[in-house]
Design a protein around this ligand. Sequence first.
Ligand SMILES: Nc1ncnc2c1ncn2[C@@H]1O[C@H](COP(=O)(O)OP(=O)(O)OP(=O)(O)O)[C@@H](O)[C@H]1O
Length: 210
Amino acid sequence: MQVNLKHLGKRYNYEWIFRNLTYTFESGTSYAVLGHNGSGKSTLLTIVAGHNLASEGELIYTAAGKTVAADEAYRHLSLTAPYLELVEEFTLLEMLDFHTRFKPLRHNLTNLQLIDRMGLERSKYKSVKDFSSGMKQRLKLGLAIYSDSSMLVLDEPTTNLDHEGVAWYQEHVNLNKQDRLIIVGSNIEHEYNFCDQQLRISDYHAVPKK
Ligand SMILES: Nc1ncnc2c1ncn2[C@@H]1O[C@H](COP(=O)(O)OP(=O)(O)OP(=O)(O)O)[C@@H](O)[C@H]1O
């Protein structure tokens, strides 16, 4: 998967969050989108993931040399972000059954194997609503990292994770980054230190007229 941004801009009401962003996200490369709080990282990630619309410019997705329609791009990507909710009423096993009906897992992994990889084997029958915040984050990351998608968008991936959880994230993202396009929105080094490229959103902030 490749994503070309051409003169992309986003405005909320009268405030431009970024403008004139021309950039290419290539397959097989991991990118860190960096910037201070409120700089527009999540806004850019939601636009690239097709959850939000740009105010100006173009966004072109290409997979296997062919252009992918914007409304089909979701088939190629998985996303995790603090604002995305899990289905709290499901048990862990039900959550995986539901999710994998729409998004199969990579390398023919079974749902039980994924539960093992997430270190959640003791919670198979537990309702997601009774998970700790760190367990929920591991589940969100596990579903994203192990979905069979060529593009992975990770917004603030280690939110709520302790040291062990951060090490788990680093291990599994490293094991699953090859041949994929990965975009991490972050300002915490341990979340993006595996990335090959960095995009600073503040480079695309509109300069106020003097
Ligand atoms: N739906 C919205 N309507 C109006 N303004 C918004 C909306 N979503 C975000 N913004 C504004 O856009 C700017 C960028 O927000 P965004 O969440 O993209 O930043 P961020 O870099 O991800 O921040 P953080 O590091 O705190 O998560 C902020 O000023 C925010 O208030």
